[in-house]
Ligand binder design. Structure first.
Ligand code: SF4
Ligand code: SF4
Ligand code: SF4
Ligand code: FES
Length: 943
């Protein structure tokens, strides 16, 4: 294995279809119009020296190293900023050019600390390379004059250093922060010789606006901005391309290694989801993979009051299998089940559901998608015929109006957020529907045309009101609807939404949104060109989550915004493989590929392949598993890679369910909160330790590659296989590629997927089959998967969760950029520098009424329970609304959330809880009891 080097073409590719032919150093080159001379030269392998140019950024033309001569033109233009022209003859290596370049390099080097041998970028430094390329042999100016070589180092960022003395002021970092990331955290302060890169107002990186995405580090040609891991470990010597294990954007990285040590994760330019960008989590927050808290040996205990006993895999697996068998003999076949993980690979998820259906003999399998995007699956399959988003991420580059509903891309899906902001800076218009003023609403160079700050729980009313305006003001794309949708159903829907009770004026009494804003937003979406909708858990995690998804689909169909680039309905998936875990048959009623378990033909194909009889009755959903456990009919559970205790709503009910189990098997990296109630703990493996695939929010199937041996001995799929075998349900896969072959053989939408194809294409978006052998970037082109698009009536039904005198405020929850979900990984990284605890955002008006000051401890109480945390006074939330994240177990935010859920899918209503907030002295009794239980659960018996 060697280090993967990606070619730097110096300037971005031109998208022009017109071709231009020129001559460079005697070679004829044909490239798209608008290509720079530098890039054209690179296309034929001629690397013109450069320092300020890189192909992820627009050309800047400051270093003067890339000069060329063009016949018939005077001077020496910079090849990075000069576009090609038909017939020109370019020379890149004349004596005059060589001399100029050496002179430029002399100036740089005379002001550079020449400590190359001890520099962390030795061997990975473009300045060093260019000194060689231009043939620099002496520095006539000496090193004695005024220079910057004694300037200090900023080490405040946990992951990278800023060594000012090495800066050549090429501006690449500043441009990366602006053009790629869109944060505008860096400037060049001072003038001339005094010019320096400066984070914010000359602050340390950590206290500046910097979000630690790493784009500047990536762009820096010297060691000025450099990963601390390069200082600690040295330069990498081999690499493999793999996929981020955090969010559903699915960024591709090169895992750069030295031996079996990960030196750094470098975003891969050829990654189709991220196009070379990253966020702080994927780029830097991988320290959890080697954290001392990882459990590397299997453990068992006969009761949760006992300390854990470390045992061999054989013993742990045999114990788990015998317990599951005992329970099934005593309580019946359906008394056990399991939960698949949206963090694990497709192959692992597939195996867990296979084990449950084939080994347990029932369909009691569910996944954490239940608590996030299950309404997406339901809503989009009802209206369009496919349980997935319609576009690829590249599509946003052609959107004219972007409607973001209940999502906070800059925090939740940061790399997509950056791509979206880039499009907005180019002139696309933005509409945000969110109770909170998220960063998308207003950030440097971004201002939403409309922000509809609705009351939590009123999405259906708002989206139907948008439809009301579109229908009643004649903004429907009738030609599209007549051709592509069921016309009768459309007419019924149009009459429904046109009713006065759905007008912006009528719904304002529940939504709290100024009707003029709703009307303006509807007009913009319907008439502003390509309209794309992106939505998140702020849509799905409601009692009417599925209804809102269908209302969104109606909106897209009515305006013809579906079936081409730049438009569509795009769920922003939470976890890295939530799309995949749904695709792989993790729901109790569906086999892989979303086919109902009651369908005889589908079941028969699985029965033939697996050699077992399958139950035709849908199994239990997660909340029903807890209900059945409390009732005493559900007794054993296998949970892979999911901390249900911390992530599911109504923690007290979940813990009662878990405590009632006779055998709980938890497979995870860490002793998570769910493991407090476990009897068997099976160590999990990280994404760096296994082969497999993840499927991102674009339906893109991407390889995860094993870059190191599993520290716990086995990849997760191997452990599942051991358990299946012990249960008497044989599995004998030698490699995950064989599991994918089985998936492809049984699942029509995956028929064309194989590891060989992924190797060849890099990634592929399902459906991938005979009809679409290279996959399907955009869905529903020319017709909906279900035939005619289906309009569905979306009556607004207020949630049963109501505010009143006891609980007058509405709590809504969300994520922050630096932390991830329940924080199991990110809390075990240096990301805690940014979000050491969950806090409650409260409007000044509500805080003042309660005598709460900024930073005070407050008690947050609902009908379900109470917790305490610190208050932060914020104008991001409206009066009457409070907001918190749920990344830290000590906060236990889900003690407060209720067990109300989506009518169609049981997805919990995390986003609306009526609460009261009052000053408090510290942790609640529940938090203290809980801490006690966690402490007890972490006891491991001495050998
Ligand atoms: S790490 Fe990202 S946000 Fe921070 S300065 Fe660099 S480019 Fe900007
Ligand atoms: S920090 Fe690096 S990228 Fe930024 S101006 Fe200095 S040398 Fe260039
Ligand atoms: S945006 Fe998501 S997938 Fe990309 S690096 Fe960040 S966490 Fe990973
Ligand atoms: S690379 Fe062209 S001017 Fe710097």
């Amino acid at each position: 294995m060697s280090l993967i080097h990606e070619t730097d073409y110096g300037t971005p590719a031109s998208k022009s279809e017109k071709r231009v032919t020129l001559t460079i150093d005697g070679m004829s080159v044909t490239v798209p119009e608008g290509t720079s001379i530098m890039r054209a030269a690179m296309e034929v392998g001629n690397q013109i020296p450069k320092l300020c140019a890189t192909d992820t950024l627009d050309a800047f033309g400051s270093c003067r190293l890339c000069l060329v001569e063009i016949e018939g033109r005077g001077g020496t233009p910079a090849s990075c900023t000069t576009p090609v022209a038909d017939g020109i003859v370019v020379k890149t290596q004349t004596e005059r050019l060589k001399q100029i370049r050496r002179g430029v390099m002399e100036l740089y080097i005379s002001d550079h600390p020449l400590d190359c041998l001890t520099c962390s970028a030795n061997g990975d430094c473009e300045l060093q390379d260019m000194a060689g390329v231009v043939g620099l042999r002496e520095v006539r100016y000496g090193y004695e004059g005024e220079n910057h070589t004694k300037l200090g180092k900023d080490e405040s960022n946990p992951y990278f250093t800023y060594e000012q003395s090495k800066c050549i002021v090429c501006n690449r970092c500043v441009r990366a922060c602006e053009e790629v990331q869109g944060t505008f955290a860096l400037t060049i302060s001072g003038r001339g010789f005094g010019s320096r890169v400066s984070p914010g107002m000359n602050e340390p990186f950590l206290s500046s606006e910097c979000v630690s995405c790493g784009a500047c580090v990536q762009a820096c040609p010297t060691a000025t901005l450099n990963e601390k891991s390069m200082h600690q470990i040295g330069t990498p010597e081999h690499s493999l391309v793999t996929t981020c294990a955090y969010c559903g954007v699915g960024c591709t990285f090169k895992a750069e290694m030295r031996g079996d040590e990960l030196v750094r994760m470098v975003p891969y330019k050829d990654g189709k989801a991220n196009r070379g960008h990253s966020c702080v989590k994927g780029r830097f927050a991988y320290g959890y993979t080697t954290h001392k808290d990882r459990i590397l040996k299997p453990m068992i205990r006969s009761s949760i009051d006992e300390p854990w006993k470390e045992v061999s895999y054989e013993e742990a697996i045999a114990y788990a299998a015998s317990e599951f068998k005992r329970i099934q003999e005593k309580y019946g076949r359906r008394a056990v089940g399991g939960i698949t993980s949206s963090r694990c690979t497709n192959e692992e998820t597939y195996l867990v559901q296979k084990l449950i259906r084939g080994g347990f003999g029932n369909n009691n399998v569910d996944t954490c998608a239940r608590v996030c995007h299950s309404p997406t699956g339901y809503g989009l399959s009802q209206t369009f015929g496919t349980s997935a988003g319609t576009q690829d991420f590249d599509s946003v580059e052609e959107s004219d109006v972007i409607l973001v509903i209940g999502a906070n891309p800059t925090d939740g899906h940061p790399v997509f957020g950056s791509r979206m902001k880039k499009r907005l800076r180019q002139g696309a218009k933005l509409i945000v529907v969110d109770p909170r003023r998220t960063d998308s609403v207003r950030s440097p160079h971004i201002e939403a045309a409309f922000h509809l700050p609705l009351k939590p729980g009123t999405n259906v009313a708002i989206v139907t009101a948008l439809a009301h305006v579109i229908v009643t003001e004649g903004l429907v794309n009738e030609a599209f609807v007549r051709e592509r949708c069921d016309w009768d159903e459309f007419q019924e829907w149009a009459a429904f939404v046109a009713d006065e009770r759905h007008s912006p004026e009528a719904v304002a009494k529940y939504t709290g949104v100024d009707p003029a804003l709703v009307r303006g937003a509807a007009r913009l979406y319907a008439t502003g060109g390509n309209g794309a909708i992106y939505y998140g858990l702020g849509v799905t995690e409601h009692s009417q989550g599925s209804t809102t998804v269908m209302a969104i689909a109606n909106l897209a169909m009515a305006t013809g915004n579906i079936g081409r680039r730049g438009v569509g309905v795009n769920p922003l998936r939470g976890q890295n493989n939530v799309q995949g875990s749904c695709d792989m048959g993790s729901f109790p009623h569906e086999l892989p590929g979303y086919r109902h378990i009651s369908d005889d033909a589908t079941r028969a194909s699985f029965e033939a392949m697996w050699g077992v009889h399958l139950d035709d009755e849908p199994g239990l959903r997660i909340p029903n598993m807890f209900d059945a456990a409390v009732e005493g009919t559900y007794k054993g559970m296998y949970v892979q890679g999911e901390d249900i205790l911390q992530s599911d709503p109504d923690t007290k009910h979940v813990s009662a369910g878990l405590a009632a189990l006779e055998c709980l098997v938890v497979q995870d990296l860490f002793l998570n909160e769910t493991a407090n109630y476990a009897h068997v703990f099976l160590p999990g493996s990280t994404f760096l330790e296994k082969d497999g695939t993840f499927t991102n929010a674009e339906r893109r199937i991407q390889r995860v590659r094993k870059v190191m041996a599993p520290k716990n001995g086995y990849a997760d799929w191997e452990v599942t296989q051991l358990l299946a075998n012990a249960l008497g349900f044989p599995m004998n896969y030698q490699h995950p590629s064989e599991i994918m072959d089985e998936i492809a053989a049984l699942t029509p939408t995956f028929k064309g997927v194989s590891y060989a194809k992924l190797e060849e294409m890099g990634s592929v978006q399902w459906p991938c089959n005979d009809k679409a052998p290279e996959g399907t970037p955009i869905m529903h082109i020319g017709g909906f998967v279900r035939g005619k698009g289906k309009f569905i009536l979306t009556e607004y039904v207020p949630t049963d969760e109501r505010t009143g005198p006891r609980f007058p405020l509405l709590l809504t929850t969300g994520r922050i950029l630096s932390q991830y979900n329940v924080g199991a990984q990110t809390r075990r990284t240096a990301n805690t520098a940014w979000h050491p605890e969950d806090v409650l955002e409260i409007h000044a008006h509500d805080a003042e009424n309660r005598g709460i000051r900024d930073g005070d401890f407050v008690k947050l109480e609902s009908r379900s329970g109470s917790t305490s945390l610190k208050a932060v006074i914020s104008d991001r939330v409206s009066p009457g609304v409070v907001y918190t994240t749920f990344h830290h177990p000590v906060t236990q935010a889900n003690v407060v959330t209720t067990d109300y859920s989506d009518w169609a899918t049981n997805c919990p209503e995390y986003k609306v809880t009526a609460v009261q907030v009052a000053p408090s002295n510290g942790p609640t009794q529940w938090q203290e009891e809980y801490e006690d239980l966690s402490r007890k659960s972490r006891r491991i018996a001495a050998e």
